[in-house]
Design a protein around this ligand. Structure first.
Ligand SMILES: C[C@H](O)[C@H](O)CC(=O)C(=O)O
Ligand SMILES: [Mg+2]
Length: 395
């Protein structure tokens, strides 16, 4: 029987949290006084929104097929990504059969090489790819995890990223990943404050909980190595993304200089198998953290994961809610997942892409169960009450 063909693709934008989880209104732990590469300019230290971390907003890609099925996905990208989807990528999708994921991916990537390769274009490609996987799941009435080979475990333990690892441990998570608050420009006082917070959290969580520091590209190699050694006495499990993502050489040097047992993680701002090949072959990290909404989508994440496995590396995707969960359950080298605590004070468990999706599963007692993913596609729907805008239309 001939597979249905794709009859429509539309790109919408949304504001207010969700897939662009930095786009929050009001005070929020995820925006306020976090160490960033922009913190060397004092005027941009208090809030990451001050330098535009939330400028993009959410991209929503909707696809429809000739059998009446539809699929969708959300990622970060907003208006500029919507333009790329409508004006450029749509031509590779319309009229294709719903199973043509690899060819569509290759055409989207190859045709955008002259202005793409990483960043926004890969976010747009990821959004289309994820929407197509969702569509295929609806056509076949199967969850995505089943279509990519099934689960290797029934439960997935999670760690929580947020301001309150102490509460995360009470909720049953493996532990917590804190945002680093002070970078090199805040000198010795900032360095001491970073260690003080870690010591407080260690005292509050007890000796066995995981604690990690997310440095969001804000450090230099010297600071990163000094911080890692000072943090070792507080049992820091990993140091995340200490350097700008283009500094592959710096990552390799920091990793070699870490105290015994401490891990280096990175990859959320990296894209495609070629970017991750550099990280793997140059020895930049112990755990790779692609974001499935930014690295090229699920089609590309599966390739990245195979490459990482051949290098003996874990792949623990960055955030991304259901899009990561369907991937992680099927990978032996993805033995735990990240859960971003999106309540403003990180004091309750709410869906990661709140308020955009209906049916979005959350970990219970810090664990996801495979049964929570047993619905067609990625198993979520867009809240019909959302104020979707379609800023561009394909010609
Ligand atoms: C907390 C980090 O600065 C960032 O907002 C999220 C992130 O990098 C992560 O979850 O990992
Ligand atoms: Mg991170």
């Amino acid at each position: 029987m001939a597979a249905p063909t794709i009859t429509d693709i539309r790109a919408y934008v949304l504001r207010g949290g969700g897939a662009d989880y930095h786009d929050q209104d009001g005070p929020h732990w995820i925006d306020d006084h976090i160490a960033t590469p922009m913190a060397r300019y004092p005027g941009y230290r208090e809030s990451r929104q001050s330098f535009g971390l939330n400028v993009l907003g959410t991209l929503v890609v909707v696809v429809e097929a000739s059998d009446g099925s539809s699929g969708f996905a959300v990622t970060t990208g907003g208006e500029p990504a919507a333009w790329i989807v409508e004006k450029h990528l749509s031509r590779f999708v319309l009229g294709a059969t719903v199973t043509d994921l690899s060819r569509i991916w290759d055409q989207m990537y190859s045709s955008t090489l002259f202005y793409g390769r990483k960043g926004l274009v890969l976010n747009a490609i990821s959004g289309v790819d994820l929407a197509l996987w969702d569509l295929l799941g609806h056509v076949r009435a199967e969850p995505v995890y089943a279509m990519i080979g099934g689960a290797v475990r029934d439960e997935q333990p999670c760690y929580a990223t947020g301001a309150r690892p102490d509460l995360a441990v009470e909720f049953g998570f493996l532990g917590g990943k804190l945002p680093l608050h002070h970078g090199p420009a805040e000198g010795a006082d900032g360095f001491a404050a970073n260690l003080r917070l870690l010591a407080e959290m260690r005292a509050a969580t007890g000796p066995d909980a995981w604690l990690a520091y997310d440095c969001w590209m804000s450090l230099d190699a010297d600071y990163a190595i000094r911080l890692a050694h000072a943090a070792a006495e507080h049992g820091l499990r990993w140091l995340e993304e200490p350097l700008p993502p283009d500094d592959y050489w710096g990552y390799a040097a920091v990793r070699k200089a870490l105290p015994p047992g401490m891990l280096l993680t990175t990859g959320e701002h990296e894209a495609t198998r070629w970017g991750f090949r550099l990280l793997a072959e140059m020895g930049c990290a112990d755990i790779l953290q692609p974001d499935v909404g930014w690295c090229g989508g699920l089609t590309e994440l599966l390739r990245i994961s195979a490459l990482a496995d051949a290098h003996g590396l874990l792949v623990v995707p960055h955030g991304s809610s259901v899009y990561s969960y369907h991937f992680a359950f099927g990978q032996h080298n993805s033995p735990f997942s990240e859960f971003l605590m999106m309540a403003p004070a990180a004091d309750e468990v709410i869906p990661m892409f709140h308020p955009q999706l209906l049916g979005e599963p959350v970990p219970e007692h810090g664990r996801l169960r495979i049964g929570q993913l047993d619905a067609p596609g990625f198993g979520v729907t867009l809240d019909p009450g959302l104020a979707l805008a379609r800023p561009y239309r394909r010609e």
